[in-house]
Ligand binder design. Sequence first.
Ligand SMILES: Cc1ncc(COP(=O)(O)O)c(C=O)c1O
Ligand SMILES: N[C@@H](CCOP(=O)(O)O)C(=O)O
Length: 398
Amino acid sequence: MMRCISCGAEYSDDEIIYTCSKCGSILEVICQPNVSKDVFQCRKSTMWKYKEFMPVDPAGIVSLEEGGTPFCKCDKLGNELGIELYVKVEGSNPTGSFKDRGMSVGITKAMELGVDTVGCASTGNTSASLAAYAARAGLKCVVLLPSGKVALGKLAQAMFHGAQVLSVRGNFDQALEAITSLALEGHLYLLNSINPYRLEGQKSIGFEIVDDLSWKSPDRIILPVGNAGNISAIWKGVTEFHRAGFIDDLPRMTGIQAEGAAPIAHAIWEGLNDIEPVENPETVATAIRIGAPVSSKKAIRAITESDGLAETVSDEEILSAQKLLARTEGIGVEPASAASIAGLIKLVNSGKIDKGEQVVCVVTGHVLKDPNVAINACEEPIEIDPNIDSLLKAIKGD
Ligand SMILES: Cc1ncc(COP(=O)(O)O)c(C=O)c1O
Ligand SMILES: N[C@@H](CCOP(=O)(O)O)C(=O)O
């Protein structure tokens, strides 16, 4: 069953509906099975380990074995900041971002509903993931991308997996509005995160974090926020496990936005229940270049209910955190993902995060998603002749 998060109106699982037909607000899937956590033992480490909590028939799942991503303790960075730091590496998913978790459930639901075409608007990762999962399921896929603002790796993936890629003269928010109208007319099944089934897959990040910590909640989970689905999904995941009695405490949800695209951070700072959209969002972290996040209400609720925080970071802080994580801990992430590390550093330095806290930063996408940013951040390779003199001269720097 789906339920409106504002007026509580209920909708059946076989309806194709994205927002409440009574009040226009967004929907969530209700899913609270009565199982013991012992059932998860000895299962393969993918997100389907928690299949009882997924609102689709496990017999028909469309999967590329998403989830079960690395959970790296980062002592060098953690000690420097005076905290216990773990990084959840979502770039290790099949197409290199957390979206795969959502798409596995979303495409499985599409198959259950019997649709033949799926679609999305995307800043890149959603399209890469949808294209791959649609290919696996044999569905037609249409993706709308903001022209000139999608990182090369993501564009290559969407095209290579065979989606119909349309380049929109406009930003992500405008592209999403356009494809939503098409979906509402029944031309395709929309698989952006306004579709509540997408978030059911992504909530497994929350499941894995507490499982990784031997059934304990960390003090805090920090992640980048764009369209705001992921922070809402992770909060849904940890609260479901809390309600099931699997964990005693809940984490403080902490969302980080880029300075030029930060409607949720501003709403939190001003104590509002919803956002004032940003007309022309801008940031080097193109994945979170979003001015009107569709899940803003859920995200604000997650941050306030959990006594969490919102913070903004500049493009300079994002790029410097991206390099720091790559060079101190060996974890390569795309710029948007580094916003969580940049935000962590800013919040520790301003005293808003206490020394000694146990913090999990979710890094959402792989460094190779945006090769141009990575290459531009480095010196060009030195060209040498293939002999030892030339080699020695180069490595000794004379
Ligand atoms: C790499 C990456 N990080 C973070 C985000 C933000 O996630 P959300 O839109 O769920 O807030 C996105 C996409 O939105 C993304 O592609
Ligand atoms: N960063 C996202 C933006 C769309 O988010 P979604 O979660 O609503 O699909 C992307 O990769 O396109």
